[in-house]
Design a binder for this molecule. Sequence first.
Ligand code: ADP
Length: 381
Amino acid sequence: MIHSAEFIPPLIGGFLDQTREYAVICTDPEGAVVAWRGAAELIFGYSQEEALGMSLSRLFTREDQARGLDRHELEVARSNARSEDDRWHVRKDGTRIWVTGSIDAIRDPGGELLGFVKVMRDRTDLRTQQEAADKQLAACLAGRDRTRAFLRTLGHELRNTLAPLQSAGHIVQRTNQDPRAAKAVEIMFGQLDALRRLADDLMDASRFDTGKIRMELQPGDLAAVVRDASLGFQEAAAHKGVKLQALLPPGPLPVALDVQRFQQVLLNLFGNALKYTPAGGSIWAKATLEDGEVVLRIEDTGIGIDAQTLPRIFELFTREAGAADLEPGGLGIGLAVVREIVELHGGSVQARSAGRGKGAEFTVRLPAAVPHPNRQASITP
Ligand code: ADP
C-alpha cells in the first residue's frame, strides 16, 4: 500500500488527464476560467485555449442567465463555501446537457478568496430517462382519469335506466295475474338488483383516491349485518347446491359502521364466494373478536385463486383466468370497492388461497368499537 503524500499529486494529475466523466473547472474570484481540466472539453465542446479567460456564465442557458442564476451560484459558494446544483447547461454547439455539479470557494490560509473549483458531470442520460418516466407517469395518470370518467358515466347511464325498468316491472306485477308473468317479474327484479349493485360499484370505483366517497360511521353490530347478508344469500346458495353457514357469536360485535356501505362489501364477498364455488361446495362466514379487532372471514371451497394473481386481487379490473371461464360477465371491480370501503372504515382486507381449485378466504378486520373480552364463535341456525 502506498502511504507517501508525494504520490497524491501524480494521482490527481492522472485523474484529471484520464477522466471522461468529470469536468474540473477552476475560475478566478470573478468567475473567469483559469483551468479547464478533466472531461471539460469532452462535455462542453470548448478546447482549453477557447475556455481560458471565458466567463463561467457562458455555460448557463439564456433563461438561467436572465434569472441571474450564474451569479447567484458564485454568491452562494462565496458565502457558504459550497454550492450544489443540477441544471441544464449549454455546450459550445448550442446543445443542452443536464449537468450535476458542485462549486467550492477556495481561500488562502488568510481567508482571501483565490477562486472557485467547479466539478461537473454530464447526466443527460439520467435526465432523459427521468423525463421519459415523468411523461409515462403523466400519460398513466391521464389514462386513469379517463377510465374514472368512463366508469362514472357508465354507472350513471346504468342507474338512469334502472328506475323506469323498476316502475315498468311494478306495473306488470299489479296488472297481470298470470303466474308466468309474476315469475318473469321476479327474475327481472333480481337482475335489476344485480345491475344496481354494479352501477354503485362503478360509481365508487370512479371516485377512488379522490376523497369523495363519504362514510357515515355509526355505532353498529357487525354480527347482525353479516347474519342478514348470509340470510339474503341462503336461497341462491340452496338453489345452486352450495352450503352456506354463518358462524357468529351470540352477542353483538360492536364496530363503527356505515351499514349501507358495508352491505356493499358483504354483497361482493358473499356474491363472489357463491359465484366461484361450484355446486356441492361450502361457504362459511365467521366473525369474532380478536385482540381489539372484529374479524370476519368468508371462506369457500371454490375454484381458488392462483399465487400469481393473489397479490393483485384487490386491484381494479383484476380477474383470474379460471374465474373468467366460469363467470365471463365479471368486471373485476367488486374487490377493489371492497378494499376501499373497508379501509374507509379504518380496517383492512386480505385474501388467501392455497391455489387453483383449493378454495379462497377473505378476511376483513375492523377496529372494535368497545374493548371486549374474547368470545368464541358459535353456530347460529
Ligand atoms: P368479478 O367477480 O366481477 O370479476 P371482483 O373484483 O369481485 O370482480 O373479483 C375479482 C376477481 O377475484 C374475480 O374475477 C376472481 O378471479 C377473483 N375472486 C374473487 N372472489 C373469489 C373467490 N371467492 N374465489 C375465487 N376467486 C375469486
